[in-house]
Ligand binder design. Sequence first.
Ligand SMILES: [Cu+2]
Length: 467
Amino acid sequence: MAIAIAVVALLVATVLFHILSPWQLTPLASNWGAIDGIINLTFWVTGLVLIAVNLFMAWCIVRYRYNKDRRARYEPEDKKLEAWLIGLSTLGIAALLAPGLVVWNNIVHAPEDAHEVEVVGSQWHWYFRYPGEDGVLGRSDPALISDANPLGIDPDDPAAWDDIIVTTPRGYLPVDRPVKLNLRSRDVLHNFKIANFRVKMDMVPGQVSHFWLTPTRMGEYDLICAQLCGIGHFAMRGSVRVVEEGDYQAWLAQQPTFGELQSREAPDLAAGERHYTNCIACHGNEGQGNRMLNSPAIAGMEAWYTKRQLEYFRNGARGAHEDDEYGRQMVPFANLVSDPQTERDLAAYIEQLAPVTVASTVEGNPARGERLYRTCGACHGRDGQGLHGTNAPRLAGLDDWYQKRQLEHFKSGVRGGHPDDLYGPQMRDMSKIIVNDDAMRNVLAYINTLTGHEQDRAQPELAGRNN
Ligand SMILES: [Cu+2]
């Protein structure tokens, strides 16, 4: 009897938990209410079976409890009962699966009037491509992927030149317009998932998978990767903002086209050198840095990273936090170089300065640091050389006192916490694996031993195709 009561009590608790649980579906923001319908149907079918089976079990425990006058009979065959059981389970399972087939069929067949957008997954970032004025996405080929052409777009296809390339993990979609999403991957399996849209889909290297939806609700939605895709998987986050058509067009107009990116003039190093005179006072005439002025060595810093930081100093994503007294010093100087051509020239000049050997100021155990650095190396490169593919800068040749300050700032949110900071949040998550001062000293002591000479070995599939 006690067991029967326990079974029923457990059943009641389970059902109540389902109804009262704080973990419910996020608000629906697409036309795929049908998915919610299927989820509900699944809950109803499995829920009714759960209730029936448990009540039956409790009833059996009471009805057939031990009685010394009763003898059990062995009855292995009961055709009628079996027919009933098979019939009912068939119905239940068909009810579970059949509507899914219909909905799936809808999800992968975009309506005629859907516009196309491409999303590309990469360890551990998202890229977007919009078709431009002709409404057609140009051809792409993974073999064409390079630093200057991160999505491997085919320059020989005239339809590609007006394609709009978004390299930040933040895309836009217009509200109430059906969109067909074409999904690609640059490296391994990823999965495009926005919980509010309800649908998700794998991104398979070498293939284009697709589905469609109509965003129905304005707002910004978290985009996550739902496929365990390597060490930084959890940091692979982005967002999609659903806005009015007008805001969408205005945003698109601000993004560069593939043609613009390809035809940019080569940077002018002499002009870069002239602009660099503004920086010498703090960063030194050879970019060697100056500890007294808290200014790090920047010689050899990758141009893409320098440009990103200067932009962050200007738009407040870096250096605006009230506790960022050193970052704040950079803001006026970043403002000096807001012209895109000036910034390109200057960044190119800094990149070709020979990296300096920095003096080590921390004492730690490099052997221990090496273990911890294996995780860092997945993004920053095994030799600390920096990997453009993962958007993580060079660490070799960067002063340890400066790195320590940055890591502490990432941990406390002084850096990487601003809503306009698109790459810092990843490093914020990662800084938390440095659990204490010892770990900090050890990993920095190890980074001090790195030369940064090694080429992009952590991503051979990208490096091999650069030429
Ligand atoms: Cu992923």
